[in-house]
Design a binder for this molecule. Structure first.
Ligand SMILES: *[C@@H]1O[C@H](CO)[C@@H](O)[C@H](O)[C@H]1NC(C)=O
Length: 165
């Protein structure tokens, strides 16, 4: 919880779930196991849309993954487990926490446990197609550090998003 408060302080306070639904694209991803978000890897998600059903007890993610240069559209439904925590199956098990939501930026912290039990902590930054400002990027670096993710493991995703809109 302390970690999320730090993020809120870093980016400015935001209302969770305020404007989560709509069209989004992945701006940046960071992970402590960097291999999992490299180009061509399955957790490098090119998000397109978030949609709520049942008062956001279910959150549908629509995204592309790119393997061997080929974009594959996927939809995954995450189910709310607790106030601000969702769970979804994709490349193993995922606990998903929206930690920052504004009309322009959403940040999720995700813990993925793959099918052989390997744990990875990830940060997904979604936006409306703009790159992060240098100030936002610095804040992301600070937040990644709190999550034990080195700055070199932050990937610019917009630059490699060649999948259909
Ligand atoms: C889980 O991650 C480990 C370490 O990268 C990898 O060797 C293993 O193949 C992965 N398992 C699956 C099912 O993806």
């Amino acid at each position: 919880m302390v970690k999320f408060l730090l993020l809120a302080l870093a980016f400015g306070l935001a209302h969770a779930h305020a404007e989560i639904e709509g069209k989004w694209v992945t701006t940046a991803i960071a992970a402590d196991n960097a291999d999992i978000i490299e180009e061509g890897q399955p957790l490098r998600l090119y998000v397109r849309e978030l949609a709520c059903t049942e008062a956001c007890n279910r959150l549908k993610f629509t995204f592309y993954t790119k393997v061997n240069g080929q974009c594959t559209k996927t939809k995954v439904i995450a189910n709310r487990q607790a106030d601000d925590q969702y769970r979804a199956r994709f490349e193993g098990d995922n606990i998903i926490v929206p930690v920052y939501v504004t009309p322009e930026i959403i940040i999720f912290v995700v813990q993925n446990v793959n099918r052989t039990g390997r744990k990875t902590n990830l940060i997904y930054v979604l936006g409306k197609g703009q790159s992060l400002t240098s100030v936002q990027y610095e804040k992301l670096e600070e937040f990644a550090k709190v999550q034990n993710i080195p700055r070199k493991n932050i990937q610019d995703i917009l630059a490699t998003d060649i999948c259909p809109k």
